[in-house]
Design a protein around this ligand. Structure first.
Ligand SMILES: *Cc1c(COP(=O)(O)O)cnc(C)c1O
Length: 830
């Protein structure tokens, strides 16, 4: 609860508009999440300015506004009068972020709950929740909201603090150096809790030691009489303590998560993990000779509904803190039994086909991925198949490659099937393969949909008895792996309640790491769905080869390759051998046909990569055969016939030569005849006569070969346009390119309903200004304003791939995001 008086006193803000509202339920800084009776705080960020949304916030029920002087002064008359007519209290400050921090500090001082600060590399949120659950048994306890754990999020969440709270349990994030110290200055915790130290968020820290130092500032920030609780089984914490301890020992007491009453003898720990939760027992042999027997309290047994052995440390922390605050042990133990997995944290959910999902999608780092895999394996037991769907782990600094590889090296112990999603995660797959995992059981994908589809296929392939598979789903926050979980849930309509990042704000959030304000977005789901359209159009008898030349028409060959192969394509086409190399290096083992010229010096490379080669002369066939013999390998060849394109290929008129070449291709040692093809010059024209002529010529050649009993296994001719318009041209395989990317082959041959463009070119408006009539715009002044004109300047140049010609784009279309509506402005010049 926020009282206006407190806010004004804490921030030195001025009340610019009075209303009947003098207290507010909570703060909100996102109009997509504002609730009635809240105070909306306008925050300026990289992506937007909250001040643009004040009226929206009021419409959603906000009855207070916290705004910045600078912006408030410059509101338009329209906005000002709209605000004046609303029953809303307006507080104006210099900087809203600073004001929130001042409020947080002040309110903790006014209501003085005991502040418990929880930090660590992983497990902070679970530990915060566990501690708050235990303390709630005896005290009114506030807990920071979800994972609002930084200089903005914590003060926002403290808007819900109330006078009655005796404890405030607050999670502290640690994304960059100095953050913990700054948070501690604001919150002045009396109790600190450190869960563990492992490599996460390392892009901001030069090393693990540096991170340990940062997390250690929680200890050194504690006041006289403070208490510090730590995980005694974490070696990095141990060494950190040794460095700090002499500075603070006199004033702060340090407690390991394991209670002192357990004595100092070596402990025996047994933790069992089942679907109902974990149960842990710690035994320390008592000193029998003193005859104290069981009364020396050397056995501790705790259970909770949390999954995952690592959560035992979470329980121990909460247990120890509960006892230290004087809560009766059985109450603490009872409280722990009520702890349930939170969304996205090893949360068991029923999956399709009687599978069980372990949704662990809130975030991922090496330690938590390993913990997830161990839990997967422990829960699946002997009977069930274990499937892991892993996305990238991000923010690991220089550890990124090493971290993924180390997971791959161990994964064979924990899973039967591995599905990866994303490019870093392919390193896990690569290592798993080297560690001896069956390659059939490793599937690399680029999209959520393909990852889910791969899991569906595995489930469908399992014999009935095995159908209770267990599927772990995990990845860093930004990889949004909860979308995979949603696709595999038995009751997907429950996703919005059960999964992470389901708020309207999150649903719209797309992470982007652009280096400039102009970028291209590729929708791989569109590529997947376009491929499925083509595949269903041509039917199961006809294969689909996707033309991936020129870096998949600029869409990124690697990701496109993985996507089309998951969605019905069985072969890939490239222009040169060098284009096939990165695909093979990324373990794409599907057949690849090189359409273009393979010089002799590159034939061995073609053989090494195992690609199919196009041939059109006897000399070439012989050279290829020699190369194959030298390497003791076989190369598949496709004979290309020129039926009217006038480019590469043996001319259709030379029928005897064609027959001889095809025969040789089948006989020369080291060669294997795989295909026969031609390419159309005008399949996308309005007039079909040329493509029909080429088709007739090709059919003639084919008949002649069939008469000789020389029909190769794969006969193909159709590019996108012919695939769409001439069913007779489909033969054994089609070769779409442009249609896969979702573009019409030409104005005459358009894609049917259902295809989607995969590429969008986006930019941000950099300046909007008025230019008088008669002024030239841009190079050459080829456009001259006819009247005073409002000009929007886009930060786009050649280097962004934007052509200068035509000089005047008849229509330029751009989108301006304003308020909640996405307005499309069409700018016409005519
Ligand atoms: C590029 C190419 C295709 C694909 O053509 P689209 O018109 O983009 O469908 C098919 N076959 C060959 C030989 C190609 O070079």
């Amino acid at each position: 609860m926020i009282y206006l008086d407190h806010l004004l006193r804490a921030t030195q803000g001025s009340l610019r508009q009075r209303s009947k509202y003098t207290h507010f339920r909570a703060f909100s800084h996102d109009t997509r999440q504002v609730m009635p009776n809240e105070m909306f705080v306008a925050v300026r960020g990289e992506r937007g300015n909250g001040h643009d949304y004040v009226l929206d916030a009021i419409r959603k029920g906000a009855v207070g506004l916290l705004l910045e002087e600078q912006v408030f002064q410059h509101f338009s008359e329209q906005t000002k009068s709209a605000l004046a007519s609303e029953e809303v209290s307006i507080v104006v400050v210099e900087d809203t972020r600073v004001a929130l921090q001042q409020y947080a500090s002040a309110i903790l001082e006014i209501w003085h709950p005991t502040v418990i600060a929880v930090t660590g590399s992983v497990g902070k949120t679970s530990t915060k929740e566990a501690i708050a659950t235990v303390l709630s048994r005896q005290f009114t306890t506030f807990r920071s909201w979800q994972n609002y754990n930084d200089m903005l999020g914590i003060p926002l969440s403290l808007g819900r603090l109330e006078a009655r709270h005796e404890y405030a349990v607050i999670e502290l994030g640690c994304d960059h150096p100095g953050e913990i110290a700054a948070l501690c200055r604001m919150l002045r915790p009396q109790i600190g809790v450190l869960t563990n130290i492992s490599p996460v968020q390392l892009q901001y820290f030069s090393s693990l030691e540096h991170l340990a130092f940062e997390l250690g500032t929680l200890l050194t920030s504690l006041p006289e009489g403070g208490q510090f609780f730590y995980n005694q089984n974490d070696p990095i914490i141990q060494s950190m303590l040794e460095q700090h301890v002499h500075q603070v020992l006199r004033t702060v007491t340090c407690h390991p998560f394991l209670p002192d009453t357990m004595g100092k003898a070596a402990e025996r720990r047994q933790v069992t993990v089942g679907w109902n939760g974990i149960q842990g027992t710690i035994t320390r042999p008592g000193n029998g000779e003193h005859g104290k027997g069981e009364h020396n309290g050397a056995t501790l047994q705790l259970s909770s509904q949390l999954l995952g052995e690592h959560n035992f440390a979470t329980m121990l922390a909460a247990h120890q803190i509960g006892l230290s605050r004087g809560i009766y042990p059985t109450l603490v133990e009872q409280a722990l039994t009520t702890l349930k997995p939170q969304s996205g944290r090893l949360n068991p959910l029923p999956g399709i086909r009687q599978s069980m999902l372990l949704d662990d999608t809130h975030n991922a780092a090496p330690a938590s991925v390993k913990a997830g895999l161990q839990t997967l394996s422990a829960l699946a037991g002997e009977q069930s198949q274990r499937i892991a769907i892993l996305g990238d782990m991000l923010h690991l600094g220089d550890f990124e490659a090493e971290a993924h590889r180390s997971i791959g090296q161990e994964i064979t112990h924990y899973v039967d099937y591995l599905i990866t999603r994303g490019e870093w995660a392919t390193l896990i797959a690569e290592e798993a393969q080297m560690a001896g995992m069956d390659t059939e059981h490793i599937i690399m994908t680029s999209t959520h949909e393909d990852a889910a589809q791969a899991a569906r296929r595995i489930l469908a392939s399992l014999p009935d008895a095995d159908k209770n598979a267990v599927i772990l789903i995990k990845g860093s926050e930004e990889t949004r792996m909860e979308r995979v979980t949603e696709l595999l849930m038995a009751r997907p309509w429950e996703a919005s309640e059960l999964l992470v990042r389901q708020t309207p704000g999150w649903k719209k959030t797309i992470f982007r790491h652009a280096e400039r304000p102009t970028w291209v977005e590729i929708d791989l789901n569109a590529i997947g769905s376009n491929t499925r359209h083509i595949a269903s159009m041509v039917g199961p008898q006809t294969q689909v080869l996707v033309a991936l030349k020129a870096d998949a028409y600029g869409h990124g060959a690697l990701k496109v390759a993985r996507t089309v192969l998951q969605n019905g394509a069985s072969m890939l086409g490239v222009a040169t051998v060098s284009e096939a190399l990165p695909l093979r290096e990324a373990h794409i083992n599907a057949p690849i046909l090189v359409f273009g010229y393979v010089p002799r010096w590159q034939m061995r490379e073609a053989l090494r990569l195992g690609v199919s080669v196009t041939i059109y002369s006897k000399e070439e066939a012989q050279a290829l055969s020699q190369a194959a013999q030298a390497l003791d390998k076989t190369v598949k060849v496709h004979v290309k016939v020129d039926t009217g394109m006038g480019r590469l290929g043996i001319r259709f008129e030379e029928l005897p030569a064609i027959i001889e070449l095809v025969r040789e291709a089948g006989q020369l040692s080291g060669l294997e005849l795989e295909g026969l093809y031609t390419h159309f010059a005008q399949a996308d024209a309005e007039d079909q006569s040329h493509v029909r002529l080429q088709l007739a010529r090709f059919q003639e050649v084919l008949q002649a070969l069939e008469a000789e009993g020389l029909r190769p296994p794969i006969v193909h001719a159709a590019n996108s346009a012919a695939t769409l318009t001439i069913p007779e041209a489909r033969f054994d395989m089609v070769r779409p390119g442009i249609a896969i990317y979702g573009l019409d082959p030409s104005p005459y041959v358009r894609l049917p309903e259902g295809f989607r463009a995969a590429l969008s070119f986006k930019t941000q408006v950099s300046q909007v200004k008025w230019v008088p009539a008669g002024e030239g715009i841009s190079y050459g002044s080829t456009y001259v304003t006819e009247r005073p004109t409002r000009i929007a300047v886009l930060p786009v140049g050649y280097a962004d791939g934007f052509r200068r010609s035509p000089q005047n784009w008849g229509v330029s279309l751009f989108m301006v995001k304003k308020r909640r509506s996405l307005a499309v402005y069409v700018w016409t010049r005519a």
